[in-house]
Design a protein around this ligand. Structure first.
Ligand code: PLP
Length: 254
C-alpha cells in the first residue's frame, strides 16, 4: 500500500467500529467466564506516529508493537511524547536478551506479553530494577504456543504452570498478569470454537487450580483483527487488533 493511500485511512472510524464489535461480543460471552471488560491493544506496527496520535486523540491508550527497535523509536518520537502523554505500550513480539535494556528504557512501556522462558523472566526481573521510576512491578504475560507450530514462539501448554510459578516465586519485580497466544492464522470458525483459544483458557484454568490463583486476576490475551470477537466470546480479556484500525499492512515477504 502506498504512503498516500495509508494516510487516507480513517483511524477513528476503524477504532469506533472495533470498539462497537467488542461491546457486542461481550454481550454474547458466557456468564460463566470472568466478567472482565476486554482491553483493546491497538497494534501499530509499521504504521507512522501520526496514525498513533489519531487513535490516541480518539481515546485509545493501549498500543502494541512487536519489534523492540520500532517500539523504542516510537516511544521517544517527539510527536508521541508531546501528544500521547498517557500512552501504554505493550510489547507483543519475540524478545531477545540483547534488546531487553532498550525495551525497558522506553517511556510508557506498560506490559511485556511475550515471556517464554525462565531465562527471559530472570533477565527482565533483574534489569527492570534499573529502569523503573517507582516501586511498580513490570507487568508480564507468559506466551504459550497453543498451535504447536514450529515458527511460533511461546512455551508448550504443558509448561505453563512451571513458568508461571517461576515468575511468581523468583521474580519479585515482575507482576504476572496473564497468558498470551498468537495461534494459527486463518482458522475457519465454521469448524467450531478456535482450538487455540480453548487451549489458552484451559492453561489458565490449570494455572489457577495448581497455583491457587483467582481466575479473575489472570488475563487471556488472544484474538486479532480476523477473530477478536470470537476470542472475546471464548474469554479474551485483551485483544490485539492492528489492520482493522490502521488499515492493511503490506504482505510479509516470503
Ligand atoms: C500484528 C500482530 C497483531 C495484529 O494483527 P492484525 O491482524 O493486524 O490485527 C496481533 N498480535 C501480534 C502478536 C501481532 O504481531
Amino acid at each position: 500500500m502506498s504512503q498516500e493511500v495509508e494516510q487516507e485511512i480513517d483511524v477513528m472510524h476503524g477504532l469506533r467500529t472495533v470498539l462497537a464489535q467488542i461491546e457486542s461480543a461481550v454481550s454474547r460471552r458466557s456468564k460463566d467466564l470472568p466478567q472482565i471488560y476486554p482491553r483493546l491493544v491497538a497494534v501499530s506496527k509499521i504504521k507512522p506516529a501520526s496514525l498513533i496520535v489519531q487513535a490516541y486523540e480518539a481515546g485509545q491508550r493501549h498500543f502494541g508493537e512487536n519489534y523492540v527497535n520500532e517500539l523504542a523509536d516510537k516511544a521517544i518520537d517527539p510527536l508521541i511524547l508531546e501528544k500521547c502523554k498517557e500512552i501504554k505500550w505493550h510489547f507483543i513480539g519475540h524478545l531477545q536478551t540483547n534488546k531487553i535494556n532498550k525495551l525497558l528504557s522506553s517511556p510508557g512501556l506498560f506490559m511485556v506479553e511475550t515471556v517464554d522462558s525462565e531465562k527471559l523472566a530472570d533477565n527482565l526481573n533483574k534489569q527492570w530494577q534499573k529502569h523503573r521510576k517507582d516501586e511498580a512491578k513490570l507487568k508480564v504475560m507468559v506466551q504459550i504456543n497453543t498451535s504447536g507450530e514450529e515458527a511460533k514462539n511461546g512455551i508448550e501448554p504443558l509448561e505453563t504452570c512451571t513458568l508461571v510459578e517461576h515468575v511468581l516465586k523468583n521474580c519479585p519485580h515482575l507482576e504476572f498478569v496473564g497468558l498470551m497466544t498468537i495461534g494459527q492464522y486463518d482458522y475457519d470458525v465454521s469448524k467450531g470454537p478456535n482450538p487455540d483459544f480453548i487451549t489458552l483458557a484451559k492453561c489458565r484454568q490449570e494455572v489457577c487450580d495448581k497455583l491457587n490463583l483467582d481466575i479473575n486476576n489472570v488475563e487471556l490475551s488472544m484474538g486479532m483483527s480476523s477473530d477478536f470477537e470470537h476470542a472475546i466470546e471464548l474469554g479474551a480479556t485483551t485483544v490485539r487488533v492492528g489492520s482493522n484500525i490502521f488499515g492493511a499492512r503490506p504482505p510479509k515477504k516470503a
